[in-house]
Write a protein that binds this ligand. Structure first.
Ligand code: SF4
Length: 568
């Protein structure tokens, strides 16, 4: 291992001239990302770079390389151990195309929101490396690799594609949050050991591992919808086992997810991030501007909504940071000269899941702790999160702590205590709007989404209005609605629209059109017409014109006048 010198609050190098150690003539690891390098724990490349650095490895970062020029991945020369590749914070196909498959010109992860990455960025970057170095190990990570780790339906090609580890010819794929995996991989490569049996990874092998469960072959799954459904069902319900799939004359081996606990998460947030984009960028980066005054309190989501990548990427287990660790971040933010005293968010994928735990230590086969009903093993409640918000508000220099991300509203309706917490939230931690995600009002669509709420939405809206009035505030509920999800057919959208207007008093302006994201349950329902877990059949709008029409029908006649009905 190269000699590592502890450094505090500097950026990881993006060029040879930025390598601080003059005795270092070769980096251990080079990370390549499709996004700008933002040295903040909300961005995966910075986190992976920092944990590797903390483990004694020297790391350099190449951000947004020119994909037409192999020399662009050669800024640091050949690393001693491996190249780590990520497409960036979102899948490169999703980044490049809209839900109607039109070209997207903006890129929030690049300076000035401009600058693009190639389609299928992970594969393209790997090809660049292979052109420069035939035999260097390549490690894949990030959302694009994670959510394409086994054969999956690809919306943009409209077909089942094989695992990205095969297309990229990488040596190992890290799925989920990759901190533990990457350290293990670095040590194994450094000591000449093999890459078998690392939790949270996928490899290609010539042998079938012992004690593994065999999935239908990649070839069969790509030819038959029925077999693809069977592949997905087996994969989805057995993720805690070692899974194997035949791919030509080799085998894809999928190891169970990596485990992490709160102490380990705290340790990551104590690493010496600068909390800034690299000074190389002259213009603002929209994704950074959005999160710079917010704090992540936990990982994971136990909703198990079928259209979302989260439970297959981060997992349903909630890993919460300690209140002390979050408070340290609040204090750091308060000392920042550009900070104006308003924390715009403290949360995670669903903000109010902070502090929840499971009596069975999250070891079970259910895809959701809330669907079709609340699991009795789900413990704690929204109290820990509300306490966290109160604690953050009391730190010197903090004027306001509000919640910018969406909440799971029905968790506030479980018992009297939770309703009390909602009152505190409404009184002290909303900045004009509270976002909730009913997504639809159609029972069939909600069944396909696995999103039947635990309590009626109209009851929640009534309570929100009453508590807002009591607090003497003017605040609104903003619903996230999704159109074109499987289950929505014919005139369903007209009825959904009527329901939304009657519940909220207006048609929200930001309505998302469903995109079947790789490896999600909804993508399989969209492709096959069948829920692989229940066998229920669901219709889907597939033609671009049909999808466009459905979406437009929801938005038609949006009137600002209608908003007055929701005023309190
Ligand atoms: S036992 Fe219940 S609370 Fe625990 S993971 Fe399973 S569904 Fe969720």
């Amino acid at each position: 291992m190269n000699q590592h010198k502890k450094k505090i609050n500097h950026f990881l190098p993006v060029s040879i001239s930025e390598i601080k150690n003059p005795d270092l003539n070769q980096l251990d690891i080079v990370l390549i990302t499709g996004d700008a390098y933002i040295d903040h724990p909300s961005f995966g490349t910075a986190v992976i770079g920092r944990v590797l650095e903390d483990s004694g490895f020297s790391v350099g970062i190449i951000s947004m390389p020119d994909w037409k020029n192999p020399e662009s991945v050669n800024i640091f020369g050949r690393p001693r151990l491996f190249f780590g590749i990520t497409g960036g914070a979102i899948d490169s196909m999703l980044a490049k195309y809209t839900a109607l498959k039109r070209y997207r010109s903006d890129n929030p992860y690049a300076p000035a929101g401009k600058g693009s990455k190639p389609e299928r960025a992970v594969i393209v970057y790997c090809n660049l490396i292979k052109q420069m170095y035939k035999d260097i190990p390549i490690v894949l990570g990030g959302i694009e690799a994670s959510m394409r780790r086994i054969a999956h339906y690809d919306f943009w090609d409209d077909k089942v594609r094989r695992s990205i580890i095969e297309d990229s010819r990488a040596d190992i794929l890290v799925y989920g949050m990759g901190e533990k995996q990457i350290i293990e991989i670095a040590h194994r490569i450094d000591t000449g050991k093999d890459l078998k049996n690392i939790p949270g990874t996928v490899i290609m092998s010539k042998e079938i591992p012992d004690n593994s469960m065999m999935l239908p072959s990649e070839e069969d799954a790509s030819k038959s919808r029925k077999i693809f459904i069977e592949l997905y069902r087996k994969f989805y319900t057995n993720q805690l086992k070692i899974l194997t799939q035949q791919c030509g004359n080799r085998y894809l081996v999928h190891y169970p997810p990596a485990e992490m606990n709160s102490m380990e998460l705290d340790k990551i947030y104590d690493l010496p991030f600068t909390y800034l984009p690299h000074p190389l960028y002259r213009e603002k980066i929209p994704a950074y501007e959005m999160i710079k005054d917010s704090i992540t309190s936990h990982r994971g989501c136990f909703s198990g909504c079928s259209f979302c990548s989260l439970s297959l990427h981060q997992g349903k287990k909630i890993i919460s940071r300690s209140a002390e660790s979050v408070t340290r971040d609040v204090q750091k933010l308060a000392q920042n000269k550009t900070f104006k005293g308003h924390i715009t968010d403290i949360g995670g994928p669903s903000a109010n899941m902070y502090g929840f735990s499971c009596a069975k230590k999250w070891k079970c086969g259910r895809e959701s702790c809330l669907f079709p009903s609340l699991c009795k093993n789900l413990q704690s409640g929204t109290g820990k999160w509300i306490d966290l918000l109160k604690k953050a508000s009391s730190v010197k220099g903090i004027k306001k702590v509000s919640i910018g991300s969406g909440i799971r509203y029905d968790l506030f309706m479980i018992d009297k205590k939770s309703r009390k917490h909602l009152e505190t939230l409404i009184r002290s931690h909303i900045s004009g709007q509270l976002k909730i995600a009913p997504e639809s009002t159609s029972k069939r669509v909600l069944r396909a989404m696995r999103k039947t709420p635990l309590f009626r939405l109209d009851e929640f809206i009534k309570l929100f209005k009453a508590l807002t009035k009591k607090a003497g505030k003017e605040q609104y509920l903003i619903p996230y609605i999704m159109t074109c999800h499987p289950g929505e057919a014919g005139n369903d959208i007209i009825k959904i629209k009527q329901d939304v207007v009657s519940l909220f008093g207006f048609i929200p302006e930001q309505v998302q059109m469903f995109i079947p994201l790789p490896m999600t349950l909804s993508s399989v329902i969209y492709y096959s017409g069948e829920d692989p877990l229940t066998g229920e059949k669901f219709p889907s709008a597939k033609k671009t014109e049909e999808r466009g029409k459905q979406h437009k029908n929801f938005l038609l006649k949006t009137s600002r006048k209608n908003r007055s009905a929701n005023e309190l």
